[in-house]
Design a protein around this ligand. Structure first.
Ligand SMILES: NC(=O)C1=CN([C@@H]2O[C@H](COP(=O)(O)OP(=O)(O)OC[C@H]3O[C@@H](n4cnc5c(N)ncnc54)[C@H](O)[C@@H]3O)[C@@H](O)[C@H]2O)C=CC1
Ligand SMILES: O=C(O)[C@@H]1CCC=N1
Length: 270
């Protein structure tokens, strides 16, 4: 791809996307320019780690960009778009990774009928494992959506969704890795408390999560079916699952995801 890509925001998700894109060689380092609000140290770090161009000069970054990636927090949308709107033009493709904020709201803020494609990746992008949902704004063409798909397919899998579904997608796969890490933190605590060495616990748990993920992908069986195969009558798994049921584990998880979905809606409204 021979396009120039400018990032507004140099945080975790910008880094995950950039490292994934460079890793997969979908773009060269020279094609990427990264900006943030003021943190020069962070820009230096991005420059050293990925050999991308970095600047705090918004004009330099955005005026000649073919693709603009919005990667700021929802509460910085207004001021950050204000700071670049003079350098945007209707020929650019705008990709937003911002949780909750609609394509229409971005279009209104920049004041041009630009092609906006909203995406929800996750931080596994940095190793090529993002699960990215994509939705097209009003002025985005089929071809532009295909381009966004090809960019994000270089850092994982993609799927097209309706814009309204972006809230639940954000809860499921945007935030999703954090829930898995939280589960791992608890498993590590249990293992260490029971006397296992930290390194051994880490090694076993990591492979367990990896193996379970691959089983879900490769076996063609449902999660419930795979779980049943591990659960011997009166065995250890059954005892553990019973405790999870007593503590209403599924209700807690469902409730947490609904809360994350609702938070995405709130972020959009604010
Ligand atoms: N962290 C994650 O796993 C995911 C985050 N997202 C979304 O991506 C966006 C960014 O999230 P993170 O990378 O986690 O945030 P972050 O806090 O790590 O990074 C935000 C970046 O925006 C920059 N920024 C703030 N105001 C600015 C301005 N006026 N001009 C230029 N840059 C400005 C900050 O300097 C910082 O580099 C959020 O909207 C979030 O909803 C989406 C998917 C996954
Ligand atoms: O926590 C957040 O708001 C962002 C959106 C998805 C993952 N992180």
């Amino acid at each position: 791809m021979d396009k120039k890509i400018a990032f507004l925001g140099a945080g975790s998700v910008a880094e995950a996307i950039i490292s994934g894109m460079i890793r997969s060689e979908v773009v060269n380092q020279e094609q990427i320019i990264v900006t943030n609000r003021s943190n020069q140290e962070r820009l230096e770090q991005m420059k050293n780690d990925y050999r991308v161009q970095c600047t705090t000069d918004k004009k330099e970054a955005f005026r000649y960009a073919d693709i603009v990636v919005l990667a700021v927090k929802p509460n910085n949308v207004k001021e950050s778009l204000e700071s670049i709107k003079a350098y945007l033009n209707p020929n650019q493709l705008i990709i937003s990774v911002i949780a909750g904020v609609t394509t229409e709201s971005i279009r209104t803020k920049i004041g041009i009928d630009a092609a906006i494609v909203r995406v929800m990746p996750n931080t596994s992008a940095s190793i090529g494992y993002s699960a990215t949902a994509i939705t097209a704004g009003k002025f985005a063409s089929e071809q532009q959506v295909r381009l966004v798909e090809s960019i994000f397919q270089s850092i994982g899998i993609t799927t097209i969704v309706e814009e309204d579904d972006m809230h639940i997608v954000t809860a499921v796969s945007g935030s999703g890795p954090a829930y898995v890490y939280y589960l791992v933190e608890a498993m590590e605590k249990a293992a260490i408390e029971a006397g296992l060495e930290k390194e051994i616990a880490y090694k076993l748990i990591t492979q367990t999560i990896l193996g379970a993920g691959e089983m879900l992908r490769q076996s063609g069986e449902t999660a419930a079916g795979l779980r049943r195969k591990i659960t011997s009558p009166a065995g250890t798994t059954e005892a553990g699952i019973k405790r999870l049921e007593e503590k209403d584990f599924q209700t807690i998880v469902i409730d947490s995801l609904k809360r994350a979905r609702d938070r995405s809606m709130e972020l959009g409204k604010n």
